[in-house]
Design a protein around this ligand. Structure first.
Ligand code: ADP
Ligand code: MG
Length: 258
């Protein structure tokens, strides 16, 4: 079940727009974005602050509603779903790793990991959970509370929680943003292995060329549009690509205008 059909996109956006506010104060966070997220691949999203990275992730994950265009998760178009159906799709098919961990301090690591399933009244598959915990190296930390864990361990618990229900699609918004380089490497190594060994699809926002180099593909966002993409990134090629953007990050200097 973990391995997916690699030919069908796990998610896609068609002409996806998102405006916040209205009138003079309206902000167009996404401007007619077309993108396919390949199943069984690790995709990184990069771009200047305010370029729409989080908004794109939230819309693709059904956490935020577009103001234009369509979002598909597998063969389901999200705007056709009612609130209950959307909640169920998010719960069953999508895992989201928030930058700030969002762990509950009074619960142990294990309780945090199984909480979403507990709330939904569904027990996680024990074999799968054991595999996730082992791959993340959390066996010896399950009884600890968040304050007894390092930042990297807390982030790995947050990743385990997103994976526990065995979602097809994992979104991680700057999952290494708060971590030292060793902890960051632990989390990135796990996300990579979850794609290679567990067959997951991962989409990750990052500012860090080294983090992006763990991905199969990097999408570059500027002003709410995808302006570039890079297959098989290395830290050097990502850096080189970032240098092509001007200081405001508004336009790649080598690109033609539309
Ligand atoms: N809830 C919101 N209300 C109003 N404007 C928002 C909201 N969320 C994001 N924005 C604006 O949308 C644009 C894109 O934001 P965001 O997706 O958070 O960018 P990024 O994650 O790339 O930093 C920014 O101009 C931001 O200020
Ligand atoms: Mg963001």
């Amino acid at each position: 079940m973990a391995a997916q059909d690699r030919s069908a996109p796990a998610a896609r956006a068609v002409g996806l727009s998102k405006a916040y506010g209205s009138g003079d104060t309206a902000v167009l966070a996404l401007d007619r974005v077309d993108v396919e997220i390949d199943a069984g691949r690790f995709t990184a999203i990069m771009g200047p602050s305010g370029s729409g990275k989080s908004t794109l992730m939230h819309c693709l994950a059904g956490l935020d509603k577009p103001t234009g265009g369509e979002v598909w998760v597998g063969d389901t178009e999200l705007s056709r779903l009612g609130d209950k159906q959307l909640t169920r799709l998010r719960r069953d098919r999508i895992g989201f790793v928030f930058q700030a961990f969002n762990l509950l301090p009074t619960l142990t690591a294990e309780e945090n990991i199984t909480l979403p399933g507990d709330i939904a009244g569904r027990k996680a598959d024990a074999g799968w959970l054991a595999q996730v915990v082992e791959t993340l190296g959390l066996q010896d930390r399950l009884r600890h509370r968040p304050h007894e864990l390092s930042g990297g361990q807390q982030q790995r618990v947050a990743v385990a929680r997103a994976l526990a229900a065995r979602p097809q699609l994992i979104f991680a918004d700057e999952p290494t943003g708060n971590l030292d380089s060793r902890s960051g490497a632990e989390v990135l190594g796990f996300l990579r292995r979850s794609v290679d060994e567990l067959g997951q699809t991962v989409v990750m926002v990052t500012h860090d060329p080294n983090a992006a180099s763990f991905a199969d593909l990097v999408l570059f966002l500027a002003d709410g549009r995808i302006v570039d993409r890079l297959m098989g990134p290395t830290a050097d090629t990502v850096l080189e690509r970032m240098r092509r953007f001007d200081s405001r990050g508004a336009k790649p200097t080598t690109a033609t205008t539309d």
